[in-house]
Design a protein around this ligand. Structure first.
Ligand code: ZN
Length: 277
């Protein structure tokens, strides 16, 4: 049982993927009614919609659009596929602009048919290519380091130190880091590297959920806060000590929870947030 005071909802953001069965219109209505203040939008949730109007609808519900998820997936051995990825990132920048958010989260990508070093170089080149366009659109790019279990295909950036190295190399206010407790909780250098983010003024996003033991699926079995072994409040205290004042974003990919009544799930998210975030 947590003995700490409950966390109020003023900084609660939910990623639309968390309640995947809901369309974005229903999610917005239900989040707002539950007292949620921010929303992060999965690009798939915009499919078939007028993006500008969708952004207006979200703001009418009182929701701040915290970020668009996701850009990235830069590496590929084939040059034409790298080009396709750049084009897709350019579309993501346009979508973020239309939606009215100033942040894109980058899942940087990896290609298992080449070395991680090659993938990292292509990530660097990819970000460098789209950076001027992101800046023109007023959209920041957050490099999200992913747990090393995803190093084969999802991201060659697997520690916050790597994300900080890359951010420092760009030395641009338009590139920073997304800290997701699911990917980073195990890292013995986490506190130190979060501090480094703070010193660079580059901590752009903070994502929470929990790590279930056992985890039955490495992609879609994330836990509700308090259900696993991640010291969420401790990590949050580091993030805040580093000067982060943004939204605390619940991002739960879970086949199990997507099967539940999403209204019940949303209630459970809010209860868990108050107690464990
Ligand atoms: Zn995340």
């Amino acid at each position: 049982m947590s003995t700490l005071p409950v966390t109020d909802l003023s900084r609660l953001c939910i990623h639309t993927i968390t309640t995947k069965p809901w369309g974005i219109e229903e999610a917005a209505k239900k989040y707002a009614a539950g007292g949620v203040k921010g929303i992060t939008v999965w690009r798939d949730a915009l499919s078939g919609r007028n993006i500008k109007q969708t952004g207006e609808m979200l703001r009418q519900q009182g929701l701040e659009v915290v970020s668009l998820c996701r850009g990235g997936f830069f590496p590929n051995k084939e040059p034409d596929k790298r080009q396709a990825a750049l084009d897709d990132n350019r579309r993501a920048i346009e979508e973020a602009f239309e939606l009215g958010t100033g942040l894109i989260v980058l899942v940087c990508g990896a290609d298992p048919t080449q070395s991680l070093e090659d993938s990292r170089k292509q990530i660097r080149d990819g970000i460098a290519t789209i950076l001027p366009e992101a800046k023109d659109a007023g959209v920041k790019l957050a490099i999200e380091p992913l747990h090393p279990m995803y190093a084969d295909t999802r991201s060659a950036i697997n520690t916050i130190a790597q994300a900080n190295d890359m951010t420092e190399a760009f030395n641009s206010p338009w590139v920073g880091v997304a800290v997701d407790v699911y990917h980073l909780w195990w890292d013995p250098n986490l506190e130190k590297e979060i501090k480094r983010c703070g010193n660079n003024n580059s901590l752009l996003a903070f994502h929470i959920c929990d790590w279930k033991s056992p985890t039955l699926d490495f992609l879609n079995d994330r836990g509700l806060m308090g259900e696993g072994c991640i010291p969420i409040r401790k990590i949050r205290s580091w993030v805040e000590a580093a000067g982060f004042k943004g939204f605390i974003e619940v991002e739960i990919f879970s086949t199990e929870y997507w099967k539940q009544d999403q209204s019940v799930f949303l209630k459970n998210i809010i209860t868990a947030y108050k107690e464990y975030a």
